[in-house]
Design a protein around this ligand. Sequence first.
Ligand code: SAM
Length: 482
Amino acid sequence: MYDVRSLKAEEFINDEEILDTLAYAEANKNNRELIEEILEKAAPKKTGKGVECAGLSHREASVLLACDIPELNEKMYSLAREIKEAFYGNRIVMFAPLYLSNYCVNQCVYCPYHIQNKEIPRKKLTQEEVRNEVIALQDMGHKRLAIESGEDPVNNPIEYILECIKTIYSIKHKNGEIRRVNVNIAATTVENYRKLHDAGIGTYILFQETYHKESYEKLHPAGPKHNYAYHTEAMDRAMEGGIDDVGLGVLFGLDKYKYEFAGLLMHAEHLEAVHGVGPHTISVPRIKRAADIDPNVFDNSIDDDIFAKIIACIRIAVPYTGMIISTRENEECRDRVLGLGVSQISGGSRTSVGGYAGYSAEERPHDTEQFDVSDQRSLDEVVKWLIDTGHIPSFCTACYREGRTGDRFMSLCKVGQIQNCCHPNALMTLQEFLEDYASPETKAAGEALIAREINKVTNPKVLERAIQNLKDIKNGKRDFRF
Ligand code: SAM
């Protein structure tokens, strides 16, 4: 039976409830009155405290996803843009993945790191190699990483992951430093989540891959990841272990997208109902070609139009949740979805173990790559492109360092303080990037952007301080934040 508060996977991600939801959405896909009502409910409203959005239930959002009326679909896209603008403005947070190890005991059929792949060289970074990778990432200008690893209790035990995190945070190369390490490792125990929390991680990210239990079990035929309940209940254990920023995701292409979409939102509702805080981020990866993986084998792949609609519907349904898109997507697709709700993107990414140090911006090793990277531009090129398309690339990590995680972050969003907090933080961290890492063209474009954008800070005291901080950054000082 469906129970949003249950701690049992099959009750909070309930198959029957999802099937009922999909039938309801299908029956109402041309119900103009209902769809307009749902769009009205989701629209930003001015309150005494600022702008607020009600969000949508998985049922309401599924109706939007199914909507078959062209002009209401257009209205939906405009609403997604409006919500994005209200809470995230034109800021886009930058990050890069860092692959630590591709040793893995699982058999995920879509991933080249699966244990039966004897062709792929297995590699695990030593602490010296972690150091070199981090220096290479710092020299590009990154401040925020997502560490990635296969699941292997012998080769990559939690102690190894913790040691790597410690190494990453310890490296201060020139003006560089990694200020936030997000972690994408396999589902683990409450005790291990507590250790990750104590190591000062940012978000714990775990993709569900698919919410469809039967498919899940087929796609993960053996290994610890085979256990659907253990995997699906991981975020509850992470929160019990003290991590209050968690990141959900589905690997689109594995099962039917409407099923995944409803499951994803039910998972978000469950976290909110049980822990009082929804997911910090949602990722929307699509399956890519990789060493022994042919994406065409998976017959649930979605085209760019459906992909954009999913992103718009997520933005409307969970307005305060960040949305992440990686370099799995090409420039054109990334350009399209940035306006619809994506708030974080990776840049200059390498998806191989040891892919950064010793390689130029054009060179990339393929032997241990997890998947083909579609957007192969350097970080400087991505930053310049964002500036040219009207966005503010942000290297901000302030919230988590100021303790604004979980519901404390959400309340910042809700009272509309973002313009006096995230906005100047984005500009100050961009200024650091321009001083230390940018090409002359990017620097010129960035300086012009900052000059235009700084006046959008509405609080006079914050504005004055931000202007002073920008001057200080030009004079060599670093790491200011509100
Ligand atoms: N090993 C960890 C786990 O089991 O959750 C997470 C790390 S894995 C490096 C990160 C994610 O990459 C996976 O959760 C999966 O969704 C995604 N991935 C795996 N194979 C992929 C492929 N061929 N194309 C795109 N994404 C893929």
